[in-house]
Design a protein around this ligand. Structure first.
Ligand code: TYC
Length: 113
């Protein structure tokens, strides 16, 4: 015989008194993704930017040239979407490569909506 009161905790999968099963949502939230952005400037040579896009973002020459032109004309473009760690690595690689070649090219990351 049960002497202690029946608590809600004993009926965790049931709604108050309806007897209906209420399934709790499985917590499978995907990790946030980050856009990597390339910014235009007046000094970095176009061919250098194309090379950066081929080297660090795995684009072929035509794709790289196309995105470089978008940045040149619009001021910036998303060049890829990655996990936080990969995005950070891409940004650091681009910034370091540009600095070593004394170009003012800027690359940054932004959390996806
Ligand atoms: N605007 C630069 C030029 O005319 C080319 C350029 C393109 C620079 C893209 C940066 O992210 C950039 N030489």
């Amino acid at each position: 015989m049960r002497l202690d009161p029946i608590m809600m905790a004993d009926r965790s999968d049931e709604d108050n008194d309806t007897g209906l099963l209420v399934k709790t949502k499985p917590k499978t939230k995907r990790p946030p993704m980050y856009k990597v952005l390339l910014l235009n400037d007046d000094f970095t040579p176009m061919e250098f930017v194309v090379h950066v896009l081929e080297r660090f973002f795995g684009l072929n020459h035509a794709q790289a040239f196309e995105i470089m032109l978008v940045v040149h004309k619009k001021g910036l473009a998303v060049v890829g979407v990655f996990s936080h760690e990969i995005a950070e690595t891409k940004v650091a690689q681009v910034m370091d490569f540009a600095r070593r070649h004394q170009h003012p090219l800027q690359c940054t990351m932004e959390k996806e909506e």
